[in-house]
Structures are given as structure tokens and as C-alpha cells.
Design a binder for this molecule. Structure first.
Ligand SMILES: [Cu+2]
Length: 278
């Protein structure tokens, strides 16, 4: 990474209006004309990419077989005499049925067996990294049209004076699991970290959770993937992965500032929940 981000963000605990628009510091890696997924910055994102590549390869092979079959039939029977369909013979019907069942078994069987391990391991695996003591916990509150994030300060507990709150500015240490719990204050939003292959619905009245791990230091986009109102397009933030030391220094400083700026009467600032463990 060329330059390391400043350690004292102006945004920490500065109360910004919910629709505050932070300038997006992440330049797009490539234009819109690309079929490849965005850069992978996640420690496990390659598994999603591999699954996508495999599915696409499978789809391509399937399309090639079907188109080839079609082409062959057109060429082979181009000059054939027109006949009225008669439903075929017993033998031909058995052939068609057998072929259909065979194709179904091979195609769907391969898909099922090929993805079963993946489904169990990744898609149906809602385990969060509770056992790792380094795990960073972040509560995220979606607004029309901003991301508000809350970090437990030095005391490790949410809902206390030293909580650090940022707007459209997520900071995490690289190489460490990050456990996110997510809600929304108004409508359904979609929390998305494209470079981390993370997508999670933010739903009012419900805490959803996910986790990811940054493979290296850097800055990437945090976006809303669900149309959530007129300014949906502005709902963007930056996720910055710092070295664990820089992250700890930032959190320490921001936490001290939070204690100084704490206002017991500012009820809007006191959202958050007791961290939910599974
Ligand atoms: Cu949104």
C-alpha cells in the first residue's frame, strides 16, 4: 500500500447527520467493462471466486453441448421430409426418457455433489470466530444513507462512554477476524464489501451477523447493494485495513476522544446493543 491512512480520523465521534456524504477515498480499480470480480482482499474470498469460476465453466460446457446438439440436428436433418409428429415408438420414447433422466442425473448430481462440501463449509456455515481472542467486533447501523459503526472502546463493552463511533469509515486490523453485527434504523439496506465478497441484509429490528478477514492492509469500498431510497447511490463508505499496531493506536486515541466528547443527553448517539454471542 502506498500511503498509510492518518491515525486520527476526523470522523471518530464527530456527530455527522445521517446523510453525511464522505468523499470516497477508494479509486475504482477498473472500469465497468470487466467480467472479472473485483480485487480480492479477503483471506477467504478466493473460495467464492473459485465457486463462481467453476459454475461459469460448468454453464459454458452445458451451453456448448446444447448448442452443438442443436446445430448437429439442424445440419443432419436439414433436407429431411416433413412428417407429422406421431408420438414415436415405445423404443424411441424410452430413449428420450432415458436420455433426459441421464442428463438430469449427471448435471444435477455433479452440481449437488460438487457444491455439497462448499455449502456445508461456507454458505450454511454461520459460525463466527468467537474463539479467537483477537477478533474485532463492530456494530453497524445502516441509515438512509450512511453507515454508522460502533466499536467497543478500551473496556471492551458496547454502550459505554468510550465507544468509538464512525460514519462511512470502517477501520479494521489486517490479518485478524472481524465480526460484524448489523441492523438498520429505517429501511432494509444491503451491507456489502465487494473486495471481501461480503453481503448481508441490514434489517430494522433484527441483528444479523457475519465475519471476514482482511488479507492485507489497504482501503476498499463499503457499499449498499440494495436500492433503499432516492440517495441510495450515495451510501458508500471506506473500509481501511491497518496494521494491528496502527489499528490499536487509532482505537486508543479515538476512544479517549469519545470519553471527552460523551454527552449523556444525546440519546440519538446511544444506539447499540449488548454484544450478542451465539
Ligand atoms: Cu442503503
Amino acid at each position: 500500500m502506498a500511503e498509510s491512512p492518518a491515525l486520527s480520523p476526523a470522523s471518530a465521534n464527530d456527530v455527522a447527520p445521517p446523510d453525511a456524504q464522505a468523499p470516497l477515498a477508494v479509486p475504482p480499480a477498473r472500469g465497468a467493462w470487466s467480467l472479472s470480480p473485483p480485487e480480492n482482499a479477503s483471506a477467504t474470498g478466493d473460495r467464492i471466486d473459485a465457486l463462481l469460476a467453476r459454475s461459469h465453466g460448468f454453464d459454458l460446457a452445458l451451453a456448448a453441448v446444447m448448442l452443438g446438439w442443436l446445430l448437429l440436428a439442424v445440419v443432419r436433418f436439414r433436407g429431411a421430409r416433413k412428417v407429422a409428429p406421431d408420438g414415436g415408438t415405445r423404443r424411441s420414447r424410452a430413449w428420450v426418457l432415458g436420455l433426459a433422466l441421464g442428463v438430469f442425473g449427471v448435471v444435477d448430481g455433479t452440481l449437488f455433489l460438487g457444491s455439497e462440501g462448499y455449502l456445508r463449509d461456507v454458505l450454511w456455515n454461520f459460525r463466527v470466530p468467537t474463539e479467537d481472542p483477537r477478533t474485532v467486533r463492530i456494530e453497524i447501523n445502516a441509515h438512509q444513507w450512511s453507515w454508522e459503526a460502533r466499536y467497543a472502546g478500551a473496556d471492551g463493552a458496547f454502550g459505554t462512554k468510550d465507544d468509538v463511533v464512525t460514519w462511512n469509515d470502517l477501520r479494521v486490523p489486517a490479518g485478524v477476524p472481524v465480526w460484524v453485527q448489523l441492523v438498520s434504523t429505517d429501511v432494509v439496506h444491503g451491507f456489502s464489501l465487494p473486495a471481501f465478497r461480503v453481503k448481508l441484509d441490514a434489517i430494522p429490528g433484527r441483528v444479523n451477523q457475519t465475519w471476514f478477514q482482511a488479507a492485507r492492509e489497504g482501503a476498499w469500498e463499503a457499499a449498499c447493494y440494495q436500492h433503499c431510497g432516492t440517495s441510495h447511490y450515495r451510501m458508500r463508505g471506506v473500509l481501511t485495513a491497518l496494521s494491528p499496531e496502527a489499528y490499536a493506536a487509532w482505537l486508543h486515541e479515538a476512544s479517549l476522544k469519545a470519553v471527552q466528547g460523551y454527552d449523556a443527553d444525546d440519546t440519538a448517539a446511544h444506539w447499540g446493543w449488548v454484544w450478542r454471542t451465539p
